[in-house]
Design a protein around this ligand. Structure first.
Ligand SMILES: Cc1ncc(COP(=O)(O)O)c(C=O)c1O
Length: 372
């Protein structure tokens, strides 16, 4: 089947640019999601998701129809026991969101709250864990999409486990992009969605969790829809998701996972790194500066400092680029004014080079001063 589909270069951090094959996979014969054929498709996806982070036989996964936030809500409301307490490392908007979810459900929380773009101090994390034995869970964002920071999740897991604290990792914008070994971290819960580095369409979110935790989840239910135990056991008893799944999105996620395995973990990481290095060096050449030091960067997203020129308007630059097929993204509450560029999705070095040419065109046309 040939579909002529315009290819946009999305430099926003997801939903990301998808391949034509992933787009085409949406067009399938209508099927009732209660049919075994569809249940088998879902079961295959649930087996493959933990394998992407090398969880293999020690981890399970559960799918929900929702955006990424729904998966965070499922993990937070299902994992924490009624007498538990959540500590959140909050150095960006997504850490803050986890805290907001917990507070909505009146789960006791404490937060290690930093300016957006500040690197967590592990001795402070330890001090907080040591000081408060009521903390049962710790949540951290692996790749803080607000700033492009890669938080030291491995070290944080080690610390948390030393204090018998379970870890909930928001890996929304790193899963299937940055290589992760969940068994090395021995992390309890990891959440991501169908539309970021896995390169599928938006509509599904999943929680990958350690097998031995399943039975304990039963007692923790707080949400009707986002309950991991009900959703997981419901599906495994019947081969059907308890509530209507987004049928076509599931087919396109299947295709996206197949593409991931054929590209391989290292192949995807190499492609993303090439994209990022092309972007980083191209922006440096144009005079741009960045929010974070190089060693804290995820290398899949850049928070770029706004040009110093008083004529600069993000919206005008956005519109110029958008009309030419490139979507850029505004900043989000970082300590300095930024805009963001992600290189995730079905993007290649040539796309980034073309973007840089168009960006330069805009800068020259407006005679913009980029930095002092
Ligand atoms: C790290 C992180 N967590 C959570 C979310 C929320 O996901 P959604 O907007 O799909 O609900 C995002 C979205 O960009 C994210 O980057």
């Amino acid at each position: 089947m040939k579909l002529e589909i315009k290819r946009n270069i999305l430099l926003n951090p997801g939903p990301a640019t998808t391949s034509d094959a992933v787009k085409r996979a949406l067009v399938v014969p209508d099927i009732c999601p209660r049919e075994k054929e569809f249940g088998d498709l879902l079961a295959g996806i649930c087996t493959d998701l933990p394998a992407i982070v090398h969880g293999d036989s020690e981890y399970l996964s559960v799918l929900f129809t929702a955006s990424g936030t729904g998966g965070l809500e499922a993990a937070v409301t299902s994992a924490i026991p009624k007498n538990g307490k959540l500590m959140v490392i909050e150095n960006g908007a997504y850490g803050k969101r986890i805290q907001n979810i917990a507070q909505t459900y009146k789960i006791p929380t404490t937060s290690y709250s930093l300016e957006y773009g500040s690197y967590p101090d592990l001795s402070e994390v330890e001090r907080m864990l040591k000081q408060d034995p009521e903390i049962s869970h710790l949540a951290v964002v692996h790749h803080e999409t607000t700033t492009g920071m890669l938080n030291p999740v491995g070290e944080i897991c080690q610390l948390a486990h030393r204090y018998n604290v379970e870890v909930i990792i928001d890996a929304m914008s790193s899963f299937a992009g940055i290589p992760i070994n969940i068994r090395d971290w021995n992390a309890e819960y990891l959440i991501s969605s169908s539309n970021k580095c896995i390169q599928g369409m938006p509509g599904l979110v999943f929680v990958i969790f350690r097998k031995d935790l399943l039975a304990g989840l039963k007692e923790n239910q707080r949400s009707f829809y986002f309950d991991m135990f009900t959703q997981f056991t419901g599906f495994h008893k019947t081969g059907q998701m308890p509530y209507t799944p987004p049928v076509q999105i599931v087919y396109s996620l299947r295709k996206a996972i197949d593409e991931y395995f054929s590209e391989t973990e290292i192949g995807r990481w190499d492609r993303y790194r090439t994209n990022w290095e092309t972007l980083y060096s191209g922006l440096l050449k144009l005079g741009f500066k960045f929010l974070l030091p190089l060693e804290q960067q995820s290398k899949i997203l850049l928070a770029v400092l706004d040009p110093v020129d008083s004529k600069f308007s993000f919206q005008e630059m956005h519109d110029y680029l958008y009309q030419r097929g490139f979507t850029i993204y505004p900043g989000k509450g970082a300590s300095k004014k930024t805009f963001r560029l992600a290189i995730i999705g079905d993007l290649y070095q040539e796309d980034i080079e073309n973007f840089l040419v168009t960006l330069k065109e805009y800068i020259d046309l407006n005679d913009l001063k980029i930095s002092d």
